[in-house]
Design a protein around this ligand. Structure first.
Ligand code: PLP
Length: 413
């Protein structure tokens, strides 16, 4: 037996990250065959047409102009007030719900997910998300000694499966009083799906119905990591208006992230934004989550928080950042458009992509298909039931022809 001195709950923890594994294989192939011969569709960050990491130029300029004290110093545990104000305003745009809101700075969207799981479910509880989901949700649940369960995301018409959601919500609430459910929209990772407003209505109706039982407490965690690449700013935020006037045993938490929106992935800055009819629930939200921050990472990156505040507080700077971002949004649309058109021509069925960094092709044996694609020097991420293609990272010239090759690989395995 191998020696272990880890505590019982920590024994055997080992994260096999398929995404980093696939990325490493792509890098190896690039070193062997040359970068121009390799299609690396594994990276969850925007790369330009020369495959260089994009940092929005105005974001870089504002960041480099920060006084060193603003980069070096500590920040308040809850976050710089000006940052929290900016993050809240930028999250809602013109669709601020009629409710109390509160915000706490977090270590990216990941930090917001962590705190939500820890503070709004009991140890041993089950957290609910869709069957297509971002892998770290499971790690985040299990690290906090919770379980994860899923509902089928799509119905037979490739729309949001409200019935499946409802049935899992009901099922879980017969066993526990707190339910945290994570909905990653718009521009879902890995499919690129966005719930329509009427699908959000269905979600909220289901939650309102179960909330009639006052012993139940329901938290919807809206993971909006990709919202700034989901379409026109206010159009893709209309669902947020619906978060006003929900029962006071329902709390909405939005996981806001600067990673994609400001191309500041490594700076680890985001916020959790709570929305409730109840002032007390929001006071509690601020208190307990600030406490958990103190107990995990202490305070958040001051420079990056100041960066957002400075961008937000200067209208022309904000407009410039939005303009630059919209150019990359258009680039991602061009790439996904090519893939979708070619997929149609090749009879390759895809999950419904609306927007975002990734698209997904369902497959019976994703690992075998991805391995087969290596023959063509194409690298994608095998998921449990499909293949994820990072359109954010692959230039249009390399996207061209890719769908047909995926179709061939699917036929060959
Ligand atoms: N949620 C989803 C679905 C993601 O894909 C990511 C990043 O890849 C995040 C949240 C969180 O990112 P971060 O912690 O960098 O804000």
């Amino acid at each position: 037996m191998t020696m272990s001195i880890a505590a019982t709950h920590a024994k055997g923890k080992f994260a096999i990250d398929k995404i980093f594994g696939a990325a490493a294989a792509a890098n190896q192939a690039a070193a062997q065959f040359g970068k121009d011969k390799v299609v690396n569709a594994t990276i969850g960050a925007i790369l330009d047409d020369k495959e260089a990491l994009v940092c929005l130029p105005t974001v870089e300029k504002v960041y480099r102009n920060l006084p060193i004290n603003e980069v070096a110093n500590y920040a308040p545990i809850a976050g710089l007030p000006e940052f929290l104000e900016a993050a809240t305003a930028l999250t809602f745009g013109d669709n601020r719900p009629d409710a109390y809101t509160g915000a706490i700075a977090t270590s990216g969207g990941t930090g917001a997910i962590h705190h939500t799981i820890w503070n709004y479910s009991e140890i041993g509880d089950t957290i609910l998300t869709s069957d297509w989901y971002w892998g770290p949700y499971k790690v985040l649940c299990e690290e906090s000694l919770r379980k994860i369960d899923t509902f089928t995301l799509f119905d037979e018409n490739q729309n949001f499966n409200s019935k499946a959601f409802e049935s899992k919500v009901n099922d879980i609430l017969t066993k526990q009083n707190n339910l945290v459910t994570i909905i990653n929209a718009p521009a879902h990772n890995p499919t690129g799906y966005s719930l329509s407003d009427s699908e959000w209505d269905n979600v909220l109706d289901i939650v309102k119905t179960v909330a009639k039982d006052q012993s139940k407490r329901i938290v919807i965690l809206a993971d909006i990591a990709y919202i700034d690449y989901a379409g026109e700013k206010n159009e893709c935020r209309t669902f947020m208006k619906k978060f006003g006037n929900l029962p006071d045993n329902v709390l909405i938490i939005l996981a806001y992230s600067m990673s994609k929106s400001y191309t500041m992935y490594g700076q680890r800055t985001g916020a959790m934004i709570g929305v409730s009819k109840s002032k007390e629930v929001i006071k509690e939200f601020a208190d307990i989550n600030q406490y958990t921050s103190r107990a995990t990472w202490s305070n958040i990156n001051r420079g990056c928080m100041r960066l957002l505040a400075n961008i937000y507080n200067d209208k022309s700077t904000l407009a410039q950042v939005e303009k630059e971002r919209s150019e990359y949004y258009a680039l991602i649309r061009e790439r996904s458009g090519i893939f979708m058109n070619e997929a149609k021509a090749a009879n390759l069925s895809m999950l419904p992509y609306i927007a975002g960094f990734f698209l997904t092709i369902p497959a019976k044996d994703p690992d075998a298909v991805c391995d087969k694609l290596h023959d063509d020097h194409i690298f994608a991420v095998p998921l449990g039931k499909g293949i994820r293609i990072a359109v954010c990272a692959v230039p249009s010239a390399k996207i061209t022809g890719m769908a047909a090759k995926v179709a061939q690989a699917m036929a060959a395995v």
